[in-house]
Design a protein around this ligand. Structure first.
Ligand SMILES: [Zn+2]
Length: 110
């Protein structure tokens, strides 16, 4: 989705079990639905936590957002994948000049 930042795209793909290099046309219908659901959930979550503030962003209360403490993939390189039952660890690759974090075990390239 255009305009979705690195943080959200890493988190959404991680939650949806989709490899960051997946060609969109190869994603099955059922996964597209999951993808949309997770996009909505995560964007809402980001707002609920007061925004994301890896940088200097402050919300209206002058506080840093809390979403960065809930990242599952973004900037979690070499950390164990927090997905239930998954024994992978998060890896970092560069896709189109952007750094991307994913789990090679449950985010399989199809
Ligand atoms: Zn995993």
């Amino acid at each position: 989705v255009a305009g979705i930042g690195n943080i959200y795209s890493d988190e959404i793909l991680w939650a949806s079990n989709i490899h960051p290099l997946t060609i969109v046309s190869r994603i099955p219908e059922s996964k597209i639905k999951t993808l949309w659901k997770n996009t909505k959930i995560l964007l809402t979550k980001g707002i609920d936590f007061g925004g994301d503030s890896m940088s200097d962003y402050r919300n209206i209360d002058g506080l840093r957002g809390q979403f960065q403490y809930h990242h599952k993939a973004y900037r979690q390189k070499n950390k164990p994948c927090p997905k239930k039952g998954c024994k992978g660890s998060i890896e970092r690759i560069v896709v189109g000049g952007r750094s991307t974090h994913y789990c090679p075990i449950h985010q399989i390239l199809i």
